[in-house]
Design a protein around this ligand. Structure first.
Ligand code: T4K
Length: 379
């Protein structure tokens, strides 16, 4: 450990949830108590749907108890079967959601600049069994929605976007939830906007939303009619109430994160071997969900894993999202598409990416110190 830096007294994590003033949350809970309505699509739920439609600039939204259930339901509602092309560089939930639907994941390699599925490699993976593409807007950076839609139209495939990280992302001023047949947002505590646990689906077609709304409520239309096989995917009133209180704090958190991003970016700007993951030019609003760097061991002199491990001795806990790749999990590694030769970029990238502490509570001095410690490792 370099003696010029003392470890932080309190642990610094990759993220911390935004916590609005407790009095405001308690006031909201009092309202809910008064109403004696705790779940099953109550007032808070419909108000949050209304507010999020506006915030995300979408026409159709359905709230869920978490993002994973939302994704499982979207895959089923869109009738995906057989094989679906997806990315190995993601959280287990993405690929697991296919498995839960009895659909075989087919892994496609990623592009090194935005870490999203490489659209130029999708067509080569399409077979007569392919029914869809499940792409991820990794770390909030949009996938190539135009090329993906072109391929989907050509082969009559459905497109689902895992937008777990992309809350607020806009492409040429259009909300990211407007692309493909459905997009899933996660409102987990670690997300910029959260409801402790929670999620949402957005759709281009209101008929799909109607089906999903039935599906997330056991398939119940009314007391006498149960129309399809459903599940319990409902967001409850306490989750929705928390979300409504939190919405007022989003812009403030975004402004803070923007300032922190600028500090990190300047610090690393001329450090050879540290590349900051940048947004594309057509992204008019970024999600500011994570601050991500790629470490080139040859140029920096130390590996990503060295940095990750060494930072712990300073009480700094970064994350190696998404290492290991989903394609290297024991239950997926034997798939043909999981071979290292099919996924050479992803297998390299998984050893380079590091998510640094990034949340509004951190101040300039702390970001300066974290950056300086990392830079001090350089040889
Ligand atoms: N698709 C993608 C691409 C995703 O990234 C995710 C979730 C999903 C789908 C599924 O959506 P959900 O079903 O979760 O809605 C965390 C989150 O649990 C997970 O939601 C998220 N992605 C993933 C990227 O990150 P872990 O295993 O890293 O969580 P954990 O508990 O280690 O938390 C990370 C850090 O956050 C901790 O070191 C400290 C801090 N933390 C965490 C929690 C839960 C807090 O300060 N307070 C807290 O309450 O997965």
């Amino acid at each position: 450990m370099d003696k010029q830096f003392k470890p932080f007294e309190q642990p610094i994590y990759v993220t911390r949830p935004i916590l609005p003033p407790l009095e405001q949350v308690l006031r909201k809970i009092e309202d809910i108590w008064e109403s004696k309505w705790l779940t099953n699509l109550g007032e808070q739920h419909s108000e949050l749907e209304k507010q999020l439609k506006k915030y995300l600039k979408v026409n159709c939204i359905s709230l869920f108890n978490n993002g994973t259930t939302a994704l499982i339901v979207a895959i089923r509602a869109l009738g995906l079967t057989g094989e679906v092309i997806t990315t190995p560089f993601t959280f287990p939930a993405t690929v697991n959601a296919l498995e839960w639907n009895g659909v075989k994941p087919v892994f496609c390699d990623i592009t090194p600049h935005n870490l999203n599925i490489d659209p130029n490699r999708i067509e080569g993976l399409i077979t007569p069994k392919t029914t869809g593409i499940l792409a991820v807007h990794t770390f909030g950076n949009p996938s190539d929605v135009e090329k993906i839609q072109y391929i989907a139209d050509k082969y009559r495939l459905k497109v689902i976007y895992d937008s777990a990280h992309a809350f607020g992302t806009e492409l040429n001023n259009k909300g990211i939830g407007n692309f493909g047949d459905a997009s899933m947002f996660s409102f987990h505590a670690t997300k910029l906007f959260h409801t402790a646990e929670g999620g949402a689906l957005t759709f281009s077609d209101s008929a799909v939303m109607k089906k999903v709304n039935l599906m997330k409520n056991f398939g119940i239309k009314n007391e006498n009619e149960i129309l399809i096989t459903g599940i319990n995917g409902k967001m409850n009133e306490i989750q929705a109430g928390l979300g409504l209180v939190l919405l007022d704090y989003i812009e403030d958190e975004r402004n803070k994160r923007s300032a922190l991003k600028k500090i990190y970016t300047e610090k690393f700007s001329d450090i050879s071997g540290i590349d900051v993951l940048c947004k594309n030019d057509d992204v008019t609003k970024e999600s500011l969900q994570y601050f991500v760097v790629k470490i080139n061991k040859e140029k920096f002199g130390k590996s990503r894993d060295y940095i990750y491990n060494e930072l712990k001795s300073y009480n700094i806990f970064t994350r190696k999202y998404f290492c290991p790749l989903c394609s290297n999990y024991p239950h997926y590694k034997d798939l043909r598409s999981a071979s290292i030769s099919n996924l050479s970029v992803a297998n390299q990238i998984e050893n380079e990416v590091l998510c640094l502490p990034f949340y509004g509570e951190l101040n300039k001095t702390e970001i300066d110190k974290i950056s300086d410690i990392i830079i001090s490792f350089k040889t």
